[in-house]
Design a protein around this ligand. Structure first.
Ligand SMILES: [Ca+2]
Ligand SMILES: [Ca+2]
Ligand SMILES: [Ca+2]
Length: 368
């Protein structure tokens, strides 16, 4: 394979970058080296070219590359004199780089900020940094191959540190053999740059749920977009108002009016699953104030979206909470009413009297 440097861009050594780590392989232990250096021009049987694969799920623009490497023989003919970084497409089945393709290449003269980080498994290791401009644009979900190639004089003994975080192998061309090989171990490098942020959207809207006054209801929502996604459930301030305010976990006492026997518990108000339950532990029930629409607002760093509102229907006539409305509910209500139990205060006015019988029978005859 004859090596051509097609696009050469000299880039300054990084001083700082505000960008994010888009992709990362960390050092393998015990340490080892994947040979990846050559003597210019490509004329040594000891020249070796190592590729390693990466995929950015959300895509991104790589503006800086960091990597770790060392010298197999201790650099008897000197340290690197420069680096070429190439980004290569995959071949048709994705298992190897397309070695006949024209890579997008960047090169730098000098040591690329070579900095000693320690000796591991007997190998002195160095870290390197190179800014690349214009950045390499990686499409979402596409597998690319990066080749980080050191230049040396006389004899190439530089290699990339073994790494972890990829598929566990590297791909290599060895000039003396004129062959390509798959070797164990990823290589240690990281890609820094910017990732496009996709605004949050709603994938799954909550659906209306029915329950009884002593029951509970669950609403689900899910979102899309660049993570992390934040979920915030909201309640409609009054039926049909289409005005929503954020919910917080715990008692609904701050907004349910605090009527006699009225109370519920909110759970999961900042997750993808909202639960609203009668506060049975305190002998309290769901009331019409709870029977409104609930929606979820999903947000991330670059946008937010609100789901549709899903109605919580409370079947007050199903007094015994068995899912049906029948004479057993009448018996259950009259039992509570005759014993002056709090549940007998059907209209939540603080008194158990004939108004409750009327209110219950009205609800019961209407049904659910
Ligand atoms: Ca790999
Ligand atoms: Ca019933
Ligand atoms: Ca009453």
């Amino acid at each position: 394979m004859k090596r051509f440097v097609l696009a050469v861009v000299f880039a300054a050594i990084a001083s700082h970058s505000p960008a994010d780590v888009l992709y990362l392989h960390t050092p393998y232990s015990p340490a080892g080296l994947a040979p990846s250096s050559w003597v210019e021009p490509d004329d040594s049987d000891s020249d070796q070219y190592t590729w390693d694969a990466f995929t950015l799920a959300s895509g991104g623009t790589v503006t800086q590359v960091k990597w770790r490497g060392g010298y197999q023989l201790g650099a008897p003919y000197g340290h690197v004199t420069g680096f070429v970084i190439g980004f290569w497409p995959s071949n048709s089945y994705g298992g190897e780089p397309d070695v006949l393709a024209h890579p997008v290449e960047y090169s730098v003269r000098g040591l690329a900020g070579e900095s000693y980080v320690g000796t591991f498994n007997g190998i002195a290791m160095y870290e390197y940094t190179m800014n690349i401009s214009p950045g390499f644009v990686a499409e979402p979900g596409i597998k690319y191959w990066i080749q980080i190639e050191g230049s040396q004089t006389t004899y190439p003994d530089w290699g990339l540190a073994w790494g972890v975080g990829g598929d566990g192998s590297n791909f290599r061309y060895i000039r003396g053999y004129h062959m390509f090989f798959n070797y164990s171990h990823d290589t240690t490098f990281s890609l820094i740059g910017t990732s496009p942020c996709t605004g949050a959207g709603v994938v799954q809207d909550p659906v209306g749920v029915g329950t009884c006054a002593a029951g509970s209801a669950e609403f689900l929502a899910s979102g899309s977009g660049t993570g992390p996604l934040a979920y915030q459930w909201e309640r409609e301030t009054s039926p049909g108002s289409n005005e929503f305010v954020a919910l917080s976990d715990g008692s609904t006492g701050s907004w349910d009016g605090g009527g006699p026997g009225v109370g519920a518990i909110v759970l999961g108000s900042d997750t993808d699953t909202l639960t609203i339950s009668a506060d049975s532990g305190n002998g309290l029930r769901l009331a019409p104030v709870h029977a409104v629409r609930y929606r979820c607002t999903i947000s991330n760093g670059c946008g937010s979206a609100s789901s549709v509102g899903a109605l919580l229907s409370v079947c007050f006539a199903d007094f015994n909470c068995d899912g049906g409305v029948n004479t057993l509910d009448v018996l259950g209500f009259l039992n509570a009413w005759s014993t002056q139990a709090e549940a007998g205060d059907f209209n939540h006015d603080g008194a158990v009297n004939t108004l409750d019988v009327l209110a219950f029978l009205n609800a019961w005859s209407t049904g659910c």
